[in-house]
Design a protein around this ligand. Structure first.
Ligand code: 1GP
Length: 266
């Protein structure tokens, strides 16, 4: 029997079909980064700016109770889905709307490929939280995620290696593939690499790490990304309490991507 697609998964695919892409926002539940006084306003600004969902996760400093506090703060600012993006077993809770059940395909350490998943899966199944399986593929420079998960990073000038991993992911049956340059990377995943992967696989491609400008976001989508993820850019503005700027920035990013889509469809 084919697998049932959950509510959040369906929602993401519908937006991607309507707009040709969807914008996702990453919130890192790191106590050194989270400000509970301003988080609901930051979330509200990003929501009103048009981002489609919130991903919640990071590679370090995990505590399930802190994570749940962050979920409550996000819910104060938005009704849009919260999707867990765990870096470890403490990054899962039934309080979110869905969970990217991810495997770091190019880790050298089996713990990040199947170990943490094996340990956490009975409770995930018992809770009944929606899961979306995700093949996480780390590309240079890889950032903290690459370091912590001991990834054999894909060189930026080797798109064919990303194609091989992504194709293996599709054949194994993952729902989506995530090409990750690492949070705060100097530049996004090379467009040539995204394009090469897009040509080869049919499942959605998430691209994140180092997407700072609306133009970069638009070119990542033009190259073939289905979903783009931004985190650091919002964290920087949030620190300054620039809520209006955050909303504007999100709107401009989404408008710039849409304009690119319109032009290509003409
Ligand atoms: C990290 O891809 C995400 O997992 C977001 O990256 O923080 O660089 O936007 P940034």
């Amino acid at each position: 029997m084919p697998k049932n697609i959950g509510k959040v998964h369906k929602y993401l695919l519908e937006i991607a079909r309507e707009q040709n892409f969807a914008h996702l926002t990453l919130i890192d539940p790191d106590p050194m980064k989270v400000n509970f006084d301003s988080l609901p306003r930051v979330i509200k600004a990003i929501d009103e700016g048009g981002s489609s969902a919130f991903m919640l996760g990071g590679s370090t400093a995990f505590d399930r109770f802190f994570l749940e506090k962050v979920i409550n703060a996000i819910k104060e600012g938005s009704d849009k889905p919260i999707i867990l993006f765990p870096g470890n077993i403490a990054g899962v809770t039934p309080k979110a709307d869905a969970l990217f059940f991810l495997s770091v395909l190019n880790s050298r350490n089996p713990y990040y490929i199947i170990g943490a998943q094996m340990i956490s899966s009975p409770f995930i199944k018992k809770w009944g939280i929606e899961t979306i399986s995700l093949a996480y593929i780390l590309v240079e420079p890889g950032g903290t995620a690459g370091f912590v998960s001991d990834a054999s990073l894909i060189p930026r000038n080797k798109p064919e290696l990303a194609v091989c991993y992504a194709t293996a992911a599709e054949l194994i049956g993952f729902d989506m593939v995530y090409l990750e340059a690492g949070s705060g990377a100097d530049s996004p995943i090379p467009l040539k690499m995204i394009g090469a992967v897009r040509k080869f696989i049919d499942i959605p491609i998430i691209v994140g790490g180092g997407i700072k400008t609306p133009e970069q976001a638009a070119s990542v989508v033009a190259a073939g990304a289905t979903f783009i993820v931004q985190g650091t850019k919002f964290e920087e503005e949030a620190k300054l309490g620039q809520f209006d700027k955050i909303k504007k920035m999100t709107q401009i990013t989404i408008e710039t991507i849409k304009e690119g889509v319109r032009r290509r469809n003409m």
